[in-house]
Design a protein around this ligand. Sequence first.
Ligand code: FAD
Length: 364
Amino acid sequence: MNDSAQVVVIGGGQAGLAAGYHLRRAGLDFTILDAQPTPGGAWSHGWNSLRLFSPARHSSLPGWPMPVHPGEGHPTAEHVVDYLTAYEKRYDLPIHRGETVTAVESTGDGLLVTSDSGQWHAGAVISATGTWWRPFLPTVPGAFAGRQLHAVDYRSPGDFADQRVVVVGGGNSGAQIAADLTGAAHVTWVTRRPPRYLPDDIDGRALFDIATRRRHALDRGEEDTAGVGGLGDIVAVPPVRAARDQGHLTPHPMFTRLDPDGPVWADGHRAHADTVIWCTGFRPALTHLAPLRLRAADGTVPTDGTRARGEPRLHLLGYGDWTGPASATLIGVGRTARDAAADISDLLGGEPHHGGAVPDQRRT
Ligand code: FAD
């Protein structure tokens, strides 16, 4: 056993799989721990109509292109789950499912990863736990008597038939869910600032290129181009475009409080609501890294590329552009995963190992 060549990847969604692909190519010994009982990461949990904002050919992980989606339009979330399921089989990635990591600590000569069923010693750790698992809801004064849910719990318009639904959020989730509800419910779409649509022809490939250009500009010390965020917030996927063009996506400003009956705006205007759906984003799921005390005030971990600045044996993949250009997309995570694996390979050196990392003190 050579401890110096062991890597534990936390999270078995697309980012964890891309990490596995490149760790394998680097000849490193690794294991992937994933909290979910089945493959697919967050893609298994989205709403029924969720589709990619790009065609399959612009949504691939390293090594094996996503098969073309057989139906019309961009691939469904189900197609992505099928692809991720086949991908981990194809590369025979060593994934332990149903294993939630609760802590990562420094032991001096390595990192100790504690899950709900055991502990693992690792020479390096890649954290790829995503954001879906930490939905963010803003605090708004008042006491609403109706139903409130976050976008993570939204499934289909049929659940809200004929209801008065307030959808809060001017990003992709808000626009997509407001569009999805059109025709089934009476929708009031509330956004903090006027919605900003990306040009209609922008898809995942273009987003990746824009994010990459921004990263290169920042690396060269040039002015921040603001990347994708400078162009807009909402990808005009076909259902959003259709709802917008038919005049169904009329934005209202943010309300100031929620009375039992519904929202109340600063000018005293009020609306009756049965349900409020909060499409107000996510935070990185990083609780397991708390013992390392690496988090900045904004909730992220400061990184150089994917490597944590305060702990060189820890890399972060996915989450957002702060771990690399488009790292939180299917097309973008491959490059950041390759960089992380190369860096870890340099750090650990030594003889490459084959097989899974060695479980230590496993409890039953
Ligand atoms: P996840 O898919 O969330 O996977 C993380 C895995 O880690 C999960 O299996 C989770 O259970 C596990 N995990 C979490 N915590 C722990 C823990 N403590 N211990 C062990 N395991 C843990 N990207 C695109 O490229 N194209 C798109 O069209 C697109 N559309 C999107 C639409 C929506 C609504 C959202 C929210 C995102 C979209 N994205 C899109 C962005 C991104 O591709 C997805 O969010 C993707 O799921 C991120 O993959 P990931 O592997 O980083 O995280």
